[in-house]
Design a protein around this ligand. Structure first.
Ligand SMILES: Cc1cc2nc3c(=O)[nH]c(=O)nc-3n(C[C@H](O)[C@H](O)[C@H](O)COP(=O)(O)OP(=O)(O)OC[C@H]3O[C@@H](n4cnc5c(N)ncnc54)[C@H](O)[C@@H]3O)c2cc1C
Length: 493
């Protein structure tokens, strides 16, 4: 029997679900809040012919199914392969990422290297006996000087909390048993890295020639060609469930109303719970209200490429200078020359600022002030001459990162258990839809398996058991329903 499905959001999860459901013969209506762009956080915005992502988006997955789906969704010649290139920038110098200790010490100069060496010796002689926080743990392993230069600033910019409040467990997990001595020995006597490839360090990845949004625009076209409806500029504001007919009525802020047998939501759980009628219990609404998110601003700065500027071949660089607020700089022409009109003569950098909208600060600044800040910081860093700037554009992304605080997993468990029991045809998928700090592949896999469940008329797959590699959890593997996919810092208890 034809199933009618309403999908909230036309990001990777929503569009993947729509695509697969259309293939499976279901009737699909997608409601997207954004008036112009599909792709969600993986969209590509355009300004004066320049195209930019919300952070650069690599297309890389350990799941052959997802890799094959990307190939199916985008014309093959439109998916280019890129060699990863990214470095750390500190006080006018570039350092390899991940750090190569010999190169780092040489790059810092004799006096600074001596200071680093002495502080390392001091840390070995008098380490923090029981390192509880990130600062103590890293200082024990590398000395306080190297910690200040290569760990403190960037970590605090990204996560928005002092390193003294970040639990040492996170450092231990990420940096494993590494310390300066071992890093130096392994740099001087290189041996093959054991184990699998680390996802953040993959050497090459695919990328749509015109940015990730190109792939999602093509996916949307395919959905429409199969009869699926996609309504842009329709923010869902209300979902009413009729238990007797087991059907949904979904209303948008703009006044549209759609009915269906199932709802797939990729909207943030924190936003979804208060929209549901009849209302979930106060416990669930409280848990939804307690979920928190980190927000993200990109300021794209367009400029004439100038001989006096450093020649960046990197797709992105990490900014470790404490004197500026920018955390990372994207270099869009290195992702694909077609992102920048007149690449070679023109360039476009995306300055990334991590913030909390609720704390105002950067988020509350007017666009013109943010543009000025970004240009000033590029000039301060020596990455650009002020005279070469031709334009700028601010792109804001609310709820870019679901926050894993000490209570989040309990809140998510409370919400999903009650929703599954009382609204069995409401399906949570995707990043904020499941409050999972994931990549596109994970979001897409949750959508694919959700579509399979709906078409089969039964829960063949528990979507919470899909792991970081977008693979369905095998028996005996970790319980991914409670794990948070990627490791993120937690506060010191
Ligand atoms: C800085 C950054 C860099 C990243 N880099 C990579 C990378 O290199 N590779 C990678 O694979 N992934 C990357 N990701 C992750 C990737 O962006 C996400 O995994 C992916 O976009 C999640 O897809 P989604 O559909 O689950 O959610 P989203 O992308 O969040 O899409 C949700 C959609 O729902 C819409 N929506 C929300 N609420 C409503 C509502 N009430 N009504 C209607 N519509 C609504 C939104 O407008 C949005 O379009 C990155 C993320 C960030 C923040």
């Amino acid at each position: 029997m034809e199933q009618s499905v309403i999908i909230i959001g036309a990001g990777p999860a929503g569009l993947t679900a729509a695509y697969r459901l259309c293939q499976l013969g279901c009737r699909v209506t997608v409601l997207e809040a954004d008036p112009r762009y599909v792709g969600g956080i993986s969209r590509t915005e355009e300004h004066d012919g320049f195209r930019f992502d919300i952070g650069g988006h690599r297309f890389y997955s350990k799941s052959p199914e997802i890799e094959a789906l990307w190939t199916e969704l985008c014309e093959p010649e439109e998916l280019i392969t890129r060699q990863r290139s990214s470095r750390i920038y500190y006080r006018g110098k570039f350092f390899s990422y991940p750090l190569r200790p010999v190169e780092a010490l040489c790059g810092l100069g004799l006096a600074e290297s001596m200071r680093c060496g002495l502080s390392y010796v001091a840390a070995r002689l008098r380490p923090h006996p029981e390192p509880a926080n990130f600062e103590q743990w890293v200082s024990n392993q590398f000395g306080s000087r190297l910690y200040q230069i290569f760990f403190k600033t960037y970590t605090e910019k990204v996560w928005g909390m002092p390193c003294t409040e970040i639990s040492a467990d996170w450092a231990a997990q990420r940096i494993k048993g590494l310390n300066l001595y071992r890093a130096l020995v392994s740099a001087l006597f290189p041996h093959k890295r054991k184990g699998g490839q680390i996802k953040t360090l993959i050497d090459s990845f695919r990328y749509p020639r015109l940015g990730p949004g190109q792939l999602w625009e093509q996916c949307a076209e395919k959905v429409r060609a199969m009869g699926g409806e996609i309504h842009m500029g329709q923010r869902v504001a209300q979902l009413s469930y009729a238990a007797d007919t087991q059907s949904w009525e979904v209303g948008t802020e703009a006044g549209q109303s759609h009915s269906g047998a199932h709802v797939i939501s990729t909207a943030a759980i924190g936003d979804l719970a208060p929209m549901i009628e009849p209302a979930p219990s106060p416990t669930v609404r409280e848990a939804a209200g307690a979920l928190s998110y980190r927000d993200f601003i990109t300021v794209a700065v367009m400029a004439r490429a100038d001989q006096s500027q450093p020649d960046l071949s990197d797709q992105w660089i990490y900014i470790h200078d404490p004197g500026v607020q920018v955390g990372r700089v994207q270099n869009y022409s290195a992702w694909s020359p077609d992102m920048v009109p007149g690449a070679g003569e023109m360039l476009c950098y995306g300055l990334e600022y991590f913030c909390f909208a609720r704390e105002e600060g950067l988020w509350a600044m007017a666009d013109a002030d943010l543009e000025r800040l970004a240009i000033d910081e590029l000039v301060t860093l020596g990455l650009l001459e002020r005279e070469s700037v031709t334009g700028a554009k601010v792109v804001r992304q609310r709820k870019a990162y679901p926050v894993y605080d000490e209570h989040y997993s309990q809140h998510v468990a409370t919400i999903r258990e009650e929703l599954a029991r009382d609204y069995p045809s409401l399906h949570l998928v995707g990043r904020n839809g499941m409050h999972k700090y994931n990549n596109q592949d994970h979001s897409m896999m949750t959508a694919l398996l959700c579509a399979e469940n709906i078409a089969a008329g039964e829960t063949k797959y528990d979507l919470w058991q899909i792991n970081e590699d977008a693979a369905y959890g095998e028996a005996g593997e970790a319980d991914h329903s409670v794990s948070g996919l990627r490791a993120v810092p937690t506060r010191v208890e």
